[in-house]
Every structure is written in C-alpha cells, then in structure tokens.
Design a protein around this ligand. Structure first.
Ligand code: URA
Length: 196
C-alpha cells in the first residue's frame, strides 16, 4: 500500500537509517508540485538547504531556477528533491551505504508524485536511479524508460558553477526535456502561451 505524504514526511523527519541525520541541522524532504509531471532529483542538501530545510535554495539552486526558466518552467510547477535528505559533512558525496539507507524515501516520493519525466541532476542521482554502472559524462542527454517513466540526466548545477564549459551540453539536455514534455502534451498551458 502506498503511504501518504504526511507519513512520508514523518518517516523522513524521524529517519535514523544512517548517521547523516546526526550531523545536519535539519532534514530536507523536498518541495514543489506534489503531482508534477516533471520531477528533479539532486544529490543532497548543501549548507543553505540544511539551514532552510528546502532543496536547491543555495547558489546551485538559483542556477537551477534560471535553467528551468530558460525552458519556460516556473520552479513551483516541478517537484524537486535529493537522493539523500540530510546534508553530508562538508558537502561530501553521500556514500553508497548512505544512498541505500535513504533510497526508500526517494522511491516512496516518486510513487506519490508519479512523474511522467524524471530529470537526474549529476552523478549521484544517476547512480542511485539508473545504477552505479552509469556515468553522467556518457549518459547525460540520453533517454531511458523505466516503468513508463521517461528518465534523462544532466550535469548538476554545482558542476556547471565549477566548470562553465559544461553549460552548452546542459542546455542541449534541457531542450530535450522540454521537447519530451511537449511531445507528451505536458505543461501545455505554459508552452501554448509561448506559441501564441
Ligand atoms: N545540491 C544538491 O544536490 N541538492 C541541493 O538541494 C542543493 C545542492
């Protein structure tokens, strides 16, 4: 049986599946449209996210907001969360064990949102969702279909802030996301306005 949003939130807030919860200020479950056709998955909360309890609100989040705006998507029309819900110390990558400990929350979240399209942001999301054998450098911009959900990966916005030369590829990836959403007649209110 599928759990409710309230139950999921409670499970995340009380979670002690790994040690990350002991070192963070607060858990960051994720936010946005609870039934969004497009769901975005990042790596884990950073400093600002840990302070505010919201996903992608620091510098990487601000870039993400601009990237979505570039394809005419306001942030509040998508659902945004992370693979791990607690900030890893010094923003290190979560370990495979920490990802495993948290993956049930992400699965429950995906089952509740029921997105038609999933956008994976960076290597950790790719490894957690597609499998550790997939590499972001090779698989970004490619479509995968799993149980009726279209999945695509692009570079993490933090990686784009570190290395601007990746922005061109990320823009191509985002244009593919928009084209797929249009093909599936999703967000037609937003994209119709554009064609008017
Ligand atoms: N990086 C992430 O992966 N997620 C956030 O929420 C912020 C930065």
């Amino acid at each position: 049986m599928r759990i409710s949003w309230e139950q999921l939130r409670e499970n995340i807030l009380r979670c002690e599946n790994c040690e990350l919860g002991k070192g963070c200020i607060q858990k960051v479950p994720g936010q946005g449209d609870a039934h969004a056709p497009l769901m975005l998955i990042g790596e884990g909360p950073g400093e600002q996210e840990d302070r505010q309890g919201l996903a992608f609100v620091g510098p990487a989040g601000q870039l993400l907001t601009r990237m979505l705006a570039a394809i005419n998507l306001p942030r509040d029309r998508v659902y945004i969360c992370n693979v791990v819900k607690c900030r890893p110390p010094h923003n290190r990558q979560p370990s495979p064990e920490e990802i495993q400990a948290c993956i049930g929350h992400l699965r429950a979240q995906t089952a509740l949102v029921k997105p038609r399209v999933l956008l994976l942001l960076g290597a950790t999301a790719v490894s957690a969702v597609l499998g550790p054998q997939y590499r972001i450098t090779r698989c970004h911009g490619q479509w995968f279909e799993r149980k009726g959900v279209w999945i695509i990966a692009t570079y993490h916005p933090s990686a784009l802030l570190r290395d601007a030369s990746k922005k061109k590829d990320a823009w191509e990836d985002l244009k593919r996301v928009k084209a797929r959403l249009q093909e599936l007649s999703l967000y037609s209110d937003l994209f119709e306005e554009e064609n008017a």
